[in-house]
Ligand binder design. Structure first.
Ligand SMILES: C[S@@+](CC[C@H](N)C(=O)[O-])C[C@H]1O[C@@H](n2cnc3c(N)ncnc32)[C@H](O)[C@@H]1O
Length: 299
């Protein structure tokens, strides 16, 4: 079934295939080709993917909230681990879109090896706007738009394919909250990988897996295209696309409750929003790369 696509397509190796034309997207696919992200661990199988997703407060809530019988899109799915997680044990129609063939091939192999049949993979550039309008109940796009040539335009395109009352989740590098990673980037440049290992907590946790370490270092410190964003910027994107702000991480509360991320939160004030982005520098959000999350619902 390909009713989620509005442009003429070919299927290659079981993947809906569109040619990639844009130079900056090609640069990014060349980058991920060498080290697909996120890499699979040696022991990964259906159960470990499920365990990883269930352990993460954000992905497990998102999956529960989706429920069943929905159209779900992951933009920039990479090797598809999250799209696979959303597919396993559900009858949802999950679509993973990414321009990097090598990453999608890993996703396809994993899906085939594990008899997961409700995940469709699309090799395409988000800017080529190949997905049907108002088709998806849920869109997840984490860690992707800041690696594109024009994140706002990419957002406008993905927002078109969201249904009315559908939810979108966006994760982006924060202009303030990523300061620690930017400092680590300089440490890496001057002193190299061994010193970096002392300062990067994610890297420390991956100590036994060289391939995953390599994928993380490349993604965080050597990426050819990277931009930084703010909560207010994304609020503007939401407004321009008729999307109501629902919640964010960081939330605007000193004792945040992230167990109910689909509950409406007030936008608060500009000053408070800046303050909570500043706090990211000192908490886990800032130590893990400085990604902030915004959730919205289409009116
Ligand atoms: C850091 S990885 C994130 C992968 C996954 N979302 C995650 O959180 O693990 C960024 C992904 O964005 C994809 N990407 C980059 N430019 C893109 C574009 N123009 N359209 C769609 N995806 C893109 C890359 O191929 C890569 O798989």
């Amino acid at each position: 079934m390909s009713d989620f696509l509005k442009k003429k397509f070919f299927i290659k190796n079981g993947i809906y295939d569109f040619d990639i034309f844009d130079d900056s997207t090609k640069k990014v696919t060349e980058f991920y080709k060498e080290s697909p992200f996120p890499n699979y661990g040696k022991k990964d199988n259906k159960l470990t993917i499920l365990e990883k997703g269930n352990k993460n407060i954000l992905t497990s809530q998102f999956k529960k909230f989706i429920g069943y019988n929905k159209n779900v899109l992951e933009v920039g799915c990479g090797t598809g681990q999250l799209s696979l997680y959303f597919s396993i044990g559900t009858n949802n129609n999950v679509i993973g879109l990414d321009p990097t063939k090598e990453s999608l091939m890993l996703a396809k192999k994993f899906a085939d090896d594990n008899n997961i049949s409700n995940l469709n993979l699309v090799k395409a550039d988000i800017f080529d706007d190949v997905l049907n309008d108002e088709y998806f109940h849920f869109i997840w796009c984490n860690g992707v738009l800041h690696h594109t040539k024009n994140p706002e335009r990419a957002f406008n395109i993905l927002a078109k394919s969201l249904k009315r009352n559908g939810y979108v989740l966006i994760g982006l590098y924060n202009k303030i909250g990523r300061v620690r990673t930017i400092i680590r980037k300089y440490i890496f440049k001057i002193f190299g990988i061994y010193v970096l290992k002392l300062f990067d907590p994610t890297l420390k946790n991956l100590k036994n897996d060289k391939e995953q370490q390599k994928a993380w270092i490349r993604d965080q410190y050597l990426h050819p295209i990277e931009s930084l964003h703010t909560i207010d910027e994304v609020l503007n994107w939401f407004d321009n696309n008729n999307i109501k702000f629902v919640n964010s991480i960081p939330s605007f509360d000193l004792k945040p409750d992230y167990n109910n991320i689909f509950k409406d939160q007030s936008r608060s004030s500009t000053l408070k929003r800046i303050f909570f982005q500043f706090l990211m520098i000192f908490n886990k959000l800032g130590s893990d790369g400085g990604v902030f999350i915004m959730i919205g619902k289409k009116n």
